[in-house]
Design a protein around this ligand. Structure first.
Ligand SMILES: NC(=O)c1ccc[n+]([C@@H]2O[C@H](COP(=O)([O-])OP(=O)(O)OC[C@H]3O[C@@H](n4cnc5c(N)ncnc54)[C@H](O)[C@@H]3O)[C@@H](O)[C@H]2O)c1
Ligand SMILES: [Zn+2]
Length: 367
């Protein structure tokens, strides 16, 4: 037998910068002009964000002499699908967008996920820039390189790991968001406090009102910490072999709640309920003290996020959904649990802890 070896072990620097501030949107054209030789830019956005900020960004790029286009699709999670991706790709092909082009994802997490996935596969991959415009996108979906679309069989089932080339966060764009969208993002920021940063948690306890009144310093502070925490975790464990699992705090139960409510309960609300319920499990197992749990509940109350799953949700369906979750191993339910505000429990070097179904059931029954 003859043997030919294809040697692919190479180290590639995929590091990128996240720029956060006021009026960043206006500064993007000049920054890009000085940074990279790109033949054309394709802004991908949804119908809401395209009219709020897309046209302005397009004008700014064009006025700076950068060859640019804007492609938008209808807003909403229902459009985060393969059809939307294909339509965008066809439009890009019609525009003769080549390999020397760059995608700009301008919008919330839906836009970031679709545009990132388009960039990952168009011409076998072209660079992309994230310009997140929701708090969720600023602190979560724009960092970490997960891009995907939903299918009738589940959320985020088809996708890729694909890191952006840059991230620009203009906190002024958040001012047009509804309070509900701010709460959605805060659920993830509170999670970062619990899993990694007690100072961030304390900051939130003291400054929730400033965030809801769009105080620039407060927004920049929490977004910067959020990006740093998610960035550090992803740097150490990009493909989620262990440490990255801590980002799933509240998500084992949260995803099950979202799923069996047919997504009527939003992600932020579901993970808040999930974090409190998983926090109760950690309390029951003696991992953390009542004080930490009570502070968590009280911060969610202050933020206006729910802490208990509605009684109308069927417990057996909820547990079944947890067993079918991507994170479950051999249908054993796994969770990450807090040790105190700012640190998670590690058992035998692993953050993922197998939890008995009976315990989850009894905690949920008593909620
Ligand atoms: N890739 C990841 O790691 C990751 C992480 C978390 C979430 N996600 C994904 O992100 C999505 C949720 O993101 P989202 O909460 O940003 O939802 P979204 O993108 O649907 O945005 C919510 C709504 O706000 C509108 N909007 C966006 N920016 C606005 C602005 N500045 N002013 C006014 N309206 C604005 C949008 O048009 C939309 O109607 C989900 O699909 C989820 O799966 C991905
Ligand atoms: Zn989440």
């Amino acid at each position: 037998m003859e043997k030919v070896r294809v040697n692919l072990k190479k180290t590639e620097d995929r590091s990128y910068e996240i720029l956060i501030g006021e009026d960043i949107l206006k500064k993007i054209p000049l920054d890009l002009k000085n940074k990279k030789t790109v033949h054309s830019y394709v802004i991908i956005s949804d119908s809401n964000v395209a009219s709020l900020y897309g046209q302005k960004l397009l004008k700014g790029l064009t006025n700076s002499g950068l060859n640019s286009h804007l492609i938008s699709f209808p807003a909403g999670e229902v459009h985060k699908d393969r059809d939307t991706k294909a339509r965008i790709e066809d439009e890009m092909s019609k525009l003769k967008i080549g390999r020397d082009s760059c995608v700009i994802a301008l919008g919330g997490g839906v836009v970031g996920d679709v545009a990132g996935f388009v960039a990952a596969t168009y011409n076998r991959g072209i660079p992309y820039i994230q310009v997140p415009t929701t708090l969720v996108a600023c602190v979560d979906s724009s960092i970490g390189g997960k891009a995907a679309v939903d299918t009738p069989y589940g959320k985020n089932l088809i996708g890729a790991f694909y890191q952006p080339w840059r991230v620009y966060i203009d906190v002024n764009t958040l001012r047009t968001l509804h309070e509900k969208e701010i709460r959605e993002g805060l659920a993830e920021v509170i999670k970062y406090g619990v899993i990694k940063d007690k100072n961030l948690f304390e900051y939130l306890e003291k400054n929730i009102d400033h965030i809801f009144s769009f105080n620039t310093d407060a927004l920049i502070h929490i977004i910067k910490r959020g990006c740093e925490i998610k960035g550090q975790v992803v740097e150490l464990d990009e493909k989620e072999s262990n440490l990255r699992k801590i980002l799933n705090f509240g998500h084992t139960i949260g995803h099950a709640i979202e799923n069996i409510s047919d997504y009527k309960i939003s992600h932020g609300e579901a993970i808040s309920m999930g974090m409190v319920t998983e926090g109760k499990i950690a309390l029951e197992l003696g991992f953390w003290k009542l004080d930490g749990y009570e502070r968590l509940v009280s911060l969610f109350n202050k933020t206006g996020l729910p802490t208990k799953p509605p009684h109308s949700l069927d417990l057996s369906r909820m547990i079944n959904a947890m067993k079918l979750d991507k994170k479950a191993r051999q249908r054993r339910i796994e969770m990450v649990l807090p040790r105190k505000i700012g640190a998670m429990v590690e058992v035998d070097g692993s953050y993922g802890i197998k939890i008995e179904e009976g315990l989850i059931r009894s905690i949920l029954e008593s909620s």
